[in-house]
Design a protein around this ligand. Structure first.
Ligand code: IMP
Length: 431
């Protein structure tokens, strides 16, 4: 563990389309950090951590909460659904996990309201076959309001007159669209106001100026872990637009969403799964629409932690991951779910794409517009052995070592750790 975390504030980012196993790795790393910060996304995220066979699924609260005496911060870049947050706090407390002074919420975070969820749902239905396949948690509409300057932030909750006026105005405007455009029912701003005033009281103990909190943490030389949600290929700028989420997932987004100088991020650690998955619509060149895809889904338990939707599965796409490595400035990586490939005789790595008669080894910005994209594969032999009980790097089968070496060579970064199962203990340090 020391090698992964020595002396630096670290940003942990997913290098694929999310669900790379970030929750488990954050939980492991947190042992060596003082502060864990979520900087973007919201309850669309689903981070699963298994500790001694007990499963925890976190959506909004940083996975660091599962360790004692760690600060967990929800930064200003997060789209905060207070109802969901309180539910999550309740679930954690039921499992005897402490959530009190160790949780800090930015007063600058934008709030998710019921109309955001409604618009998420209606906009998806309207799109029909072109739908993004969102989690319907209202995340896109919340960020849309933020940028359009129609958002309402946590701090607004504590000025009841101002909040009431602003909410009334916003809801009246939303109702015009709901009723006139979508033929849907109008929402009651009064009901929303009352509910959110109650939420405000319940979350009050956690709310603070996280900019000052983070600055103090830096001054006190606390070690900070930035916990990315979703994956780089879902980033609003660098992902497979428009099939993306609405936030800046990448390491650059960490400085903005946590309210901290980029100079305070010393290391970027990428998390990548040994194969690829994607939930929702959008391009996926190495997707397996066959029995093997189905096998990976079953063996890997590839069902959305937030929506329960089956994830699309395919081979490791090195072209896409190389793009993510560039965008994030990744220093090194953790390779997860190696054990899911244990029974494969041959393993494929996507190293390029063909479009008609042209071959590319760079990730194209217009992938969503290129339906004719075909993957070019490099094949390596499988290891046909159970790796889930492996804890020492000397126990890695030679073919698995060859798979890892091949990925390192193609990607140009070292793999520092392997994850070989869902439990906290199922890891192998490579350095
Ligand atoms: P939204 O973030 O709910 O707007 O969904 C936009 C796209 O991002 C959809 O394809 C979702 O399935 C995907 N997405 C959002 N959050 C996650 C996540 O945590 N893991 C994987 N996919 C996600």
């Amino acid at each position: 563990m020391e090698n992964l975390t020595t002396g630096s504030n670290t940003c942990l980012v997913g290098l694929q389309w999310g669900d790379e196993g970030k929750g488990k790795i954050v939980d492991i790393l947190t042992e060596s950090f003082d502060v864990v910060v979520r900087y973007q996304g919201g309850s669309n995220a689903g981070h699963t951590v298994v500790i001694n066979n007990e499963k925890f699924v976190l959506h909004l609260i940083p996975s660091g909460i599962l360790r004692k005496n760690k600060w967990c911060v929800i930064g200003s870049g997060v789209a905060l659904d207070p109802g969901q947050l309180l539910e999550e706090i309740g679930e954690l407390r039921k499992k005897n996990i402490e959530v009190s002074g160790n949780l800090r919420i930015s007063e600058l975070a934008h709030l998710v309201f019921p109309y955001h969820k409604k618009f998420d749902e209606l906009s998806e239905s309207e799109k029909g076959d072109e739908k993004i396949g969102t989690t319907r948690r209202g995340i896109g509409p919340c960020y849309t309001d933020k940028m359009a300057r129609n958002g309402i932030r946590v701090a607004d909750l504590y000025h009841p007159d101002h909040f009431r006026q602003r909410l009334k105005k916003v809801v009246e405007e939303k109702n015009k669209i709901l009723v006139r455009l979508y033929d849907a029912e109008a929402l009651s701003w009064k009901d929303i106001y009352e509910t959110y005033c109650e939420y405000a009281e319940q979350i009050r103990p956690f709310v603070c100026n996280t900019v000052v909190f983070m600055a103090d943490a830096v001054k006190a030389k606390k070690k900070i872990l930035f916990e990315g949600a979703q994956g780089s290929l879902l980033d609003v700028d660098f992902g497979t637009y428009p099939f993306i989420t609405s936030s800046s997932v990448t390491a650059g987004g960490a400085a903005v969403g946590a309210g901290i100088s980029p100079r305070q991020i010393h290391k970027v650690l990428g998390i990548m799964k040994s194969y690829t998955t994607r939930v929702g619509s959008g391009p996926f060149p190495s997707e397996l629409n066959d029995a093997l895809g189905e096998y990976l889904r079953k063996k890997g338990g590839e069902y959305g932690a937030t929506t329960g939707r089956p994830r699309r599965c395919g081979w490791f796409d090195a072209v896409a991951v190389k793009h993510a490595i560039m965008v994030n400035g990744v220093d090194s990586a953790v390779l997860t779910k190696l054990d899911v490939l244990d029974e494969q005789r041959t393993i494929k790595i996507c190293v390029g794409y063909t479009f008609g008669d042209k071959a590319y080894d760079l990730f194209p910005p217009d992938l969503a517009a290129r339906s004719e994209c075909q993957p070019i594969y490099k094949e390596v032999p499988g290891w046909l052995r159970d790796t889930s009980k492996m804890r020492d790097r000397n126990d890695i089968p030679s073919q698995a070592k060859n798979y890892i070496d091949t990925l390192e060579k193609i990607l140009g970064i070292p793999v520092e750790m392997l994850s070989v199962g869902p439990d906290r203990g199922q890891v192998v340090n490579l350095v």
